[in-house]
Design a protein around this ligand. Structure first.
Ligand code: SF4
Ligand code: SF4
Length: 183
C-alpha cells in the first residue's frame, strides 16, 4: 500500500512539474521579444553609454576642439595615443593624432583628463572588423566617428564636475584650514 502511494506521489510531482514548465514556456511564447534584430534595427543606447572614442569639433566655430596638449597621451595606460602639437598664434592644435583602438582598454582616462572635451566616447560600438589595420585611427577618422555617432553624456568636463566636492564643502574647507592654521 505504501509503495503504491509512493508511485502516486511521484506521478503527481512529475505531472505538476511538467505543467509548471509548460505554463512558463507558454507565457514566454506569447510575450513580446526583448531581443533587438541588430544590425537591421539600430539599438538606442543610454545617455551614459561609453563606446567608441572620437574627436570633436566646436559646434559654434567649427574648429577642432583638440589643442594638442598631449594629456591624453601621457595618461593612457597602454600608450595607444600619440599626439604632435602644432603651435599657433591664438591657440594650439594637434598636428597629428593617432589612436590604436585595437589595444585600447576603454578605461576612459583620456576623456577624463581632456580640458576641452576634444576626445569623447560615443554611444556606439559599431566598428567590427576582421582587419586590425582599420582600427588604427588617425585624426580624420576620429573626427569622422565623432560626426557619425552621438556622443556620450560623459564628457571630461561633466565627469570632473561630478567628482568635485559639493560647492558648500569646497567653500567651508579653506575656512576650516585657516582656523586650524591659526590655532
Ligand atoms: S580609453 Fe584608456 S586605454 Fe583607451 S585610449 Fe583612452 S586612456 Fe587609452
Ligand atoms: S584630445 Fe584633449 S587631452 Fe588629448 S591632446 Fe587633445 S586637447 Fe589634449
Amino acid at each position: 500500500m505504501a509503495k503504491s502511494r509512493g508511485i502516486l506521489q511521484e506521478t503527481w510531482d512529475v505531472a505538476t512539474s511538467v505543467f509548471r514548465a509548460m505554463r512558463i514556456s507558454g507565457r514566454n511564447f506569447l510575450r513580446k521579444p526583448v531581443t533587438v534584430h541588430y544590425p537591421d534595427k539600430p539599438r538606442t543606447y543610454p545617455d551614459r553609454y561609453r563606446g567608441l572614442l572620437a574627436l570633436t569639433y566646436d559646434r559654434e566655430t567649427g574648429e577642432e576642439n583638440c589643442i594638442g596638449c598631449r594629456l591624453c597621451e601621457f595618461v593612457c595606460p597602454p600608450a595607444v595615443i600619440k599626439v604632435e602639437m602644432l603651435k599657433s598664434e591664438k591657440r594650439n592644435y594637434a598636428k597629428t593624432f593617432s589612436l590604436e583602438l585595437y589595444a585600447c582598454e576603454f578605461c576612459e582616462l583620456c576623456v577624463q583628463v581632456c580640458p576641452t572635451d576634444a576626445i569623447v566616447m560615443m554611444k556606439s560600438f559599431d566598428m567590427a572588423t576582421t582587419d586590425r589595420r582599420e582600427l588604427l585611427l588617425d585624426k580624420d577618422r576620429l573626427h569622422a566617428i565623432g560626426e557619425t555617432f552621438d556622443a556620450s553624456w560623459a564628457t571630461g568636463n561633466r565627469l570632473r564636475d561630478m567628482q568635485a566636492p559639493p560647492k558648500k564643502v569646497a567653500a567651508e574647507k579653506p575656512a576650516a584650514e585657516k582656523a586650524g592654521g591659526e590655532a
